[in-house]
Design a protein around this ligand. Structure first.
Ligand code: UT7
Length: 320
């Protein structure tokens, strides 16, 4: 039996934290009290103009490769989850591959917004389990600050920039135990960036738009469902999970999900207070933090899950 085993994690946050008070001081009609009460967010990181998803993803990838003791030249698969790529093309994965000096690895981007990392991990797991690939780099990298309307206080206070990465290697030892990936395109209208580049012009609306309450309800329901699904597939109860790493969008969504699954807050990794919502980067950023500070240890069961625009959602249960 071939498993995809996680051998390294890494992450990167740009610049210094920007607090809620900093945003209010920049003229956004908000307050620390409103943001903390509604979302749990206290600060986020915002990339300097010109900093790209590939730069953040590259730094996270180098740290993950270093932890894994893996040479970039040995990778045969590179997947980047991002909704804020450097360019329309080439893919952010190809840009990172080039800067890592790797030649020949299968390299592509996955666009599943805040579920992107769960999607990329699920896809990489299938490549490795099939026997076609042995060493994968999976990255979530975002500069969401580029697609925020800073005049829309209902969205601009929620998001941040960053990247996280993992190295997965084929192994006889577990490993990713189960993954599940889902979408419901009929819900595409509740969270989107409905703009495009056409004939040299941006047409439509190039900013993130969201029906916050609809997203909230959808997220709580599907995060609980998909967690149950992967645990059932692996033959364990959700209460047997050692660590839950949900998408970091809102502490109230995280708490409601943990409660539905019977997982106490002490066993939930939370970074939303310091990172805000970094979309596809949120789960690998939280994972890297908890691996490096020693909370997550070898042999423990970790449940990762994401939900986001599309609408998409997905989860991976792994033995670390
Ligand atoms: O990756 C998935 C991404 N998205 C999410 O997970 C978001 C899910 N949704 C949410 O987290 C919540 O719906 C929000 C945090 C976005 C909003 O919380 P809410 O409790 O649903 O608030 P609301 O949108 O109903 O707004 C309530 C009030 C409004 O004022 P009025 O109309 O009642 O006078 C808003 O104008 O809060 C006002 N408001 C703000 N006030 C201060 C909205 N944004 C802000 C703000 N600061 N930043």
């Amino acid at each position: 039996m071939i498993y995809s085993r996680l051998t390294g994690t890494g992450s990167c946050l740009p610049g210094a934290p920007v607090t809620n008070d900093d945003l209010a001081a920049r003229g956004i009609a908000t307050s620390d009290e409103w943001i903390v009460t509604r979302t749990g967010i206290r600060s986020r990181y915002l990339a300097a103009p010109g900093t790209t998803a590939s730069e953040l993803g590259l730094a996270a990838a180098q740290r993950a490769l270093e932890m894994a003791g893996c040479d970039a030249g040995d990778l045969d698969l590179i997947i980047v989850a991002t909704s804020t790529p450097d360019f329309i093309f080439p893919s952010t994965a190809c840009l990172i591959q080039g800067r890592l000096g790797n030649k020949g690895a299968t390299s592509f981007d996955v666009q599943a917004v805040c579920s992107g990392f769960a999607y990329a991990l699920g896809i990489a797991d299938k490549f490795i389990r099939s026997g076609s690939h042995r060493k994968a780099l999976v990255i979530g990298a975002e500069v969401f600050s580029r697609i925020l309307d800073w005049n829309d206080r209902g969205t601009c206070v929620l998001f941040g920039d960053g990247a996280g990465a993992v190295v997965l290697e084929a192994s006889g030892k577990p490993g990713i135990l189960a993954t599940a990936l889902h979408a419901d395109g009929s819900q595409s209208g509740i969270l989107n960036v409905p703009g495009q580049v056409c004939a040299g012009q941006v047409t439509g609306d190039p900013f993130l738009r969201m029906d916050g309450q609809a997203v909230f309800k959808f997220a709580v329901r599907v995060l609980a469902e998909v967690a149950e699904e992967v645990c059932a597939a692996a033959g364990i109860a959700t209460t047997e999970v050692d660590w839950l790493i949900p998408h970091q969008a809102n502490i109230r969504i995280i708490d409601a999900t943990g409660k539905k699954l019977g997982i106490d807050r002490e066993r939930v990794i939370v970074t939303v207070d310091r990172h805000g919502n970094t979309s596809a980067a949120s789960v690998p950023l939280a994972l890297d933090e908890a691996v490096r500070d020693g909370r997550i240890g070898r042999g423990q069961k970790v449940l990762l899950e994401g939900v986001g625009g599309g609408f998409t959602w997905g989860a991976a249960l792994l033995e670390f």
